[in-house]
Design a protein around this ligand. Structure first.
Ligand code: AMP
Length: 413
């Protein structure tokens, strides 16, 4: 994207190109990263947790190989950001020295309104708040994060980068639920897709790593983190994705059901005496791998399996079965698959997941070479054998860098 030379973080940050502060506000957390958008490295990273909770909050800040930890009450997101900015001044890098050019905010839901990174003004913030009914678990915290950051850093542009934006290109047939048209229209019910920044970043990167034109490639992207999603990308534009109105649809995830017969909701409400919030919590937080086995982290799941735990074994089988179904479905959507990309926590680190999901798919031209696939992968790598028709790759995702670069584009820098 840029022809500027790569720099070494702080040196570059002090120079003409500066840095971007990327913020990801969750309901009780604030993740931040100061990014050099040119060289691509994280200059400093941090996480504030347990915001607004009983007991002390926790800040962890990393800069120049040193970790700083603070434990103290943190009442709200304003407190959290003030604390983080104070640590920047205390242990570095100073925000002034870092020459922050923009603040990039990860916003989960952009609805049908936002399909591009958007410079934030009062109106945009109001619209993000108006979208809260579509993303009640995420947009409130995102909006609060924006509000406090604009107060504390008033002299730089603030940009919202939406998780849904990359999927604005979904064809109507993929975006539309077969739900009563009037009800769907009145309530904005359609498939939006999430993790778009990651799907966009890794599909672009895959093309560059292969030295191919993005326009020529049909790709399936598998973002397998604690939340997980798949997408079909034709020529750089998303044509299908597994998440829908909310991030609950699709693949089996750490704690989410993914696809489930919607009648299970009626059943639980009629027969188990659950109310809507209980079903919401059950589906989003107590299901998926964790609901099946007690563990949502693949490392723990593999340990249980090694001990002969049958629930853990079934959980992994259910996870892989669903993932394989999506790969097959997206092969049909695309007609031809040039590249399959694995990314995010399990996609980058779990060779068992990568190899087992590809088992038996040689007939489609999909395979994983055991040696190339082995171990955790932290740099882009091809993991398919020479003979395979489809190139299978691991591309580590970097949503913060993608947000930082989109921020600069949005500010015209
Ligand atoms: P993310 O949401 O992208 O941060 O991914 C987090 C998930 O990645 C964890 O819950 C694990 O399931 C998985 N993960 C992270 N590190 C490893 C690893 N070394 N081996 C297997 N799975 C991992």
């Amino acid at each position: 994207m840029s022809t500027l030379p790569a720099g070494d973080g702080v040196t570059t940050a002090r120079g003409a190109h500066g840095s971007v502060l990327v913020l990801n506000s969750g309901s009780s957390s604030l993740k931040y990263q100061l990014v050099n958008p040119v060289g691509g490295e994280a200059i400093a990273t941090g996480l504030v947790e347990r915001i607004g909770e009983d007991g002390p909050g926790l800040l962890k800040h990393k800069f120049a190989g040193n970790a700083t930890v603070r434990e103290q009450p943190i009442a709200d997101h304003g407190d959290a950001l003030r604390l983080a900015l104070g640590i920047f001044e205390e242990v570095g890098p100073s925000i002034e020295d870092a020459h922050v050019r923009a603040v990039g905010h990860r916003v989960v839901h952009g609805g049908a309104i936002f399909s591009e990174p958007t410079l934030i003004d009062d109106d945009v913030l109001r619209q993000i708040r108006d979208l809260i009914p579509l993303a009640p678990l995420h947009n409130p915290a995102n909006a609060t994060g924006i509000e406090v950051a604009r107060e504390l850093l008033p002299d730089v542009p603030h940009v919202a980068v939406f998780d849904t934006a990359f999927f604005a290109t979904l064809p109507e047939a993929a975006a539309t639920y077969a739900l009563n048209k009037d009800v769907a229209e009145e309530h904005g019910i359609r498939r939006y897709g999430f993790h778009g920044t990651s799907h966009n970043y890794v599909s672009g990167k895959a093309a560059r790593v292969l030295g191919r034109r993005l326009e020529d490639l049909n790709q399936i992207v598998l973002h397998l983190g604690n939340g997980a999603s798949a997408s079909a990308v034709r020529g750089g534009a998303a044509v299908e994705t597994s998440m829908g109105l909310t991030p609950l649809e699709g693949l089996v995830m750490g704690t989410r059901t993914g696809d489930i017969d919607p009648a299970v909701v009626f059943h639980l409400m009629r027969n188990a005496g659950m109310d809507v919030d209980e079903v919401d919590t059950l589906f989003n937080k107590q299901s998926g791998l964790k609901g099946l086995s007690g563990e949502n982290d693949f490392r723990a799941l593999h340990e249980l399996i090694a001990e002969g735990d049958e629930d853990a074994e079934l959980a992994l089988d259910v996870y892989l079965h669903r993932l394989r179904k999506y790969i097959g479905a997206y092969a049909a959507v695309l007609g031809r698959v040039d590249v399959i990309v694995f990314t995010a926590g399990a996609g980058e680190n779990d060779d068992v997941v990568r190899s087992r999901v590809m088992e038996g798919l040689e007939g489609f031209g999909f395979a994983v070479d055991p040696e190339r696939n082995a171990g955790r992968i932290s740099e882009p790598r091809v993991i398919s054998p020479e003979w395979a028709r489809t190139t299978v790759m691991v591309i580590p995702t970097n949503e913060e860098l993608a947000i930082a670069r989109q921020c600069l584009e949005a500010t015209g820098a």
